[in-house]
Design a binder for this molecule. Structure first.
Ligand SMILES: [Zn+2]
Length: 203
C-alpha cells in the first residue's frame, strides 16, 4: 500500500513545481467561470500539458538535433524546402499564429539534412514569438550552422489575435522574409527563390 501511495504522489501534476495548472485554475475563476464544474475540472492540467507541448522549443537542444544532420557535399545550387507548416504563439496575446515557411539556401560545401529543416522551424516556432523574429531566427541559425553562400526565409502566417479580436480581419495574412548573403545582395538569386515559392493567400 505504501508503494502505490508513492506512485500517486509522483504522478500528481499538482506536485510539479513548474506546473501552471494552479495558475490556470485561478485564471478560470478570475474570468468568472467555476473551475470546479465538471467540464473544467481537469482543464488546468490539460492546459499545462498543452502549453508545454506548444512551447517545447525552449527545451529542444538545437545542436544535438542538428549535429547528426550536417553533411559535406559538392552541391552548390539552391536548396529549397517549401510549405513547412508551423504553429506558434504570439508573445503579445499568447494566441496562436500559424502558417507556412519556405526556407532556401545556397550551400558552401555543407548542407543540412532536408528533414531537419522543419525540425529547426519547430525549435523556434514553439516559443512565444513574433513572426518577424521567428523568420530571422530560422535564417540566422542556418547561417550559423553551415555558413552557406546565402539564406532566404519567407513566412506566411495568420494570427488569431488579428482574426478573433482587435481588427477582426479574418482573412488577412502577414508575410515576412529574411534574406542573408547572396539572397540579400543578388537580385537574381532572390527572384529565383521568390518565383519558386510565390506567396499565396489561401493559407
Ligand atoms: Zn498577438
Amino acid at each position: 500500500m505504501k508503494r502505490s501511495k508513492a506512485v500517486v504522489k509522483v504522478m500528481s501534476p499538482k506536485r510539479d513545481p513548474n506546473s501552471i495548472a494552479p495558475l490556470v485554475h485561478e485564471m478560470i475563476a478570475r474570468l468568472g467561470e467555476n473551475p470546479e464544474r465538471e467540464g473544467l475540472l481537469r482543464t488546468p492540467e490539460r492546459v499545462d500539458k498543452a502549453m508545454k507541448f506548444l512551447l517545447g522549443g525552449y527545451t529542444m537542444d538545437l545542436h544535438k538535433l542538428m549535429n547528426q544532420a550536417l553533411y559535406s557535399v559538392k552541391y552548390d545550387e539552391m536548396v529549397i524546402v517549401k510549405d513547412i507548416e508551423f504553429f506558434s504563439l504570439c508573445e503579445h496575446h499568447l494566441l496562436p499564429f500559424f502558417g507556412k515557411m519556405h526556407v532556401a539556401y545556397i550551400p558552401n560545401q555543407r548542407v543540412i539534412g532536408l528533414s531537419k529543416i522543419p525540425r529547426l522551424v519547430d525549435v523556434f516556432a514553439r516559443r512565444l514569438q513574433i513572426q518577424e523574429r521567428l523568420t530571422q531566427e530560422v535564417a540566422q541559425t542556418i547561417e550559423q550552422l553551415i555558413d552557406p553562400v546565402g539564406v532566404g526565409v519567407i513566412c506566411e502566417a495568420r494570427h488569431f489575435c488579428m482574426m478573433m479580436r482587435g481588427v477582426e480581419k479574418q482573412h488577412s495574412g502577414a508575410v515576412t522574409s529574411a534574406m542573408l548573403g547572396a539572397f540579400r545582395m543578388n537580385k537574381e538569386t532572390r527572384d529565383e527563390f521568390l518565383s519558386l515559392v510565390q506567396p499565396r493567400t489561401e493559407i
